[in-house]
Design a protein around this ligand. Structure first.
Ligand SMILES: CSC[C@H]1O[C@@H](n2cnc3c(O)ncnc32)[C@H](O)[C@@H]1O
Ligand SMILES: [Zn+2]
Length: 429
């Protein structure tokens, strides 16, 4: 299958490459040519006039089925929200609920320009099945909470996920191990997971230092900061680690993370809504730590539109440092694309538009009042574009949305399914 996108403004996100007008030739799952494409025999031509093509956005921290819990429990502190609302609701979710909730989130992501995501949840087989059908790219993790003994059942599920799905769906699915957070993973199980991950060469996905309460709790339990707690158990010695949040990190914590493989997913909309605080993004980057962008689940963030996250990320840093030069447009767009790709360990495949890379591309329709005139495309992408401006979403060379119509998800069926399921899950919680 050959597709050509004609006459489009290309924002490749390759270092030092400025936006330019050209064509994109996609052959199978791969970008074959960028620039002037003289190729008559193509299967599909997409006219890109008035559009911007950029790498698909990569959401570095998600809990996709939490789409079913969106808006049901707002304006609470994280620990109350989690313990009193989310966990009881999650206990009512069936594997089918997880499948449909995950699909709902994927529909929203595709419609707002996200092509890949890192997910941590339960019933991961259902999520993997949904990813395989829908056509997105994902790094999947079974979240592991060790507050009650389960005879090793959860860990077994985590390893089943790896065995059954790593590298599957044409290589679109990869897997990690997911100790949930310092406050839900005591030292022994944490060390056990680190050992398994090292033996199996698996990356780790974990929450870190999201709230002040977490810092207090870990100090009480271990007399360490959350970052010290993970560091002293050996988490950063050999492993690639995707850290979600990293809001409450002091100078010494940042020193411990310096040189780590992996990095931090900044999730500003969730952090703002839960009143967690502001991740020291500029400082982390200045220390050479990779910082990507995520949304967290819609149970906290409500929206998983990454363009909202892009705006929140840049505005928060400017405000926090009292300096508008901090985290400019292009750097923030990098966080949502190639830096997130590094966190998911898929940067050799996606995150930029380059010949030889997988064709994960979005087209944004700029022919709208809030996106004209175009003095600086990157400025508009970071400060004004909304998810609803995305016209076309392509993953692995396959068009998942065209003219805002989803092509791999039946939207009508999806909305019917989620309305019934969401009501049942939250009733009585
Ligand atoms: C065991 S699967 C993952 C687990 O994480 C919970 N979760 C969702 N958002 C957050 C967050 O911001 N901090 C901590 N934990 C979170 C989710 O409800 C699942 O139980
Ligand atoms: Zn989370």
């Amino acid at each position: 299958m050959k597709t050509v996108i004609k006459n489009v403004t290309i924002v490749s996100m390759v270092d030092n490459e400025r936006p330019y007008i050209g064509d994109i030739l996609i052959e199978g799952d791969t970008i074959k040519q960028l620039g002037k494409v003289i190729e008559d025999e193509v299967d599909e031509v997409i006219q890109g006039d008035g559009m911007v093509a950029m790498p698909g956005l990569i959401n570095a921290h998600q809990h996709t089925p939490m789409s079913l819990l969106k808006g049901f429990s707002d304006d609470l502190k994280l620990m109350d929200w989690l313990d009193k609302k989310m966990l009881p609701a999650e206990a009512r979710m069936t594997p089918d609920d997880i499948y449909w909730g995950s699909k709902l989130s994927m529909a929203e992501m595709i419609k707002s320009g996200t092509t890949a995501f890192a997910d941590m949840y339960i019933h991961m087989n259902e999520i993997a099945t949904a990813v395989a059908k829908v056509g997105m790219r994902a790094s999947l993790t079974r979240g592991l909470v060790f507050l009650q003994d389960d005879g090793g059942k959860r860990l077994e599920e985590a390893l089943d996920l790896v065995e059954n799905w790593n590298g599957k769906a044409d290589g679109r699915i990869t897997t990690m191990l997911g100790p949930h957070a310092p406050y839900t993973c005591p030292p022994e199980p944490l060390k056990q997971i680190i050992k398994i991950a090292e033996e199996m060469e698996l990356p780790i996905h974990i929450h870190l230092a999201e709230t002040k309460e977490e810092v207090i709790k870990i100090r009480e339990l271990y007399n360490e900061t959350p970052a010290q707690y993970l560091y002293n158990r050996g988490l950063f010695e050999k492993l690639h680690v995707l850290l979600a949040h990293g809001v409450h990190l002091n100078r010494r914590d940042i020193g411990l993370l310096k040189g780590m493989r992996g990095g931090v997913s900044h999730n500003p909309v969730s952090n703002l809504k839960l009143g967690c605080g502001i991740t020291p993004v500029a400082e982390l980057i200045s220390q050479g730590i990779t910082v990507g962008l995520g949304t967290d689940g819609s149970g906290s963030a409500t929206t998983v539109d990454m363009f909202e996250g892009i705006k929140a990320a840049t505005w928060l840093q400017k405000l926090d440092y009292g300096d508008p030069t901090v985290l400019p447009a292009r750097q923030t767009l990098s966080m949502a694309t190639k830096e997130s790709a590094k966190l998911l360990k898929i940067d050799h495949e996606v995150g930029t538009l380059e010949v030889g890379k997988r064709a994960d591309i979005i087209l944004i329709d700029m022919r709208k009042p809030h996106l004209q005139p175009i003095h600086n495309v990157e400025s508009l992408l970071a400060y004004s574009v909304n998810g609803a401006d995305v016209d076309t979403t392509i993953v692995n060379g396959k068009v998942l949305m065209r003219n805002r119509q989803l092509l791999t998800i039946n939207e009508e069926e999806l909305l019917l399914q989620v309305a019934q399921r969401a009501k049942r899950i939250v009733e009585g919680v």
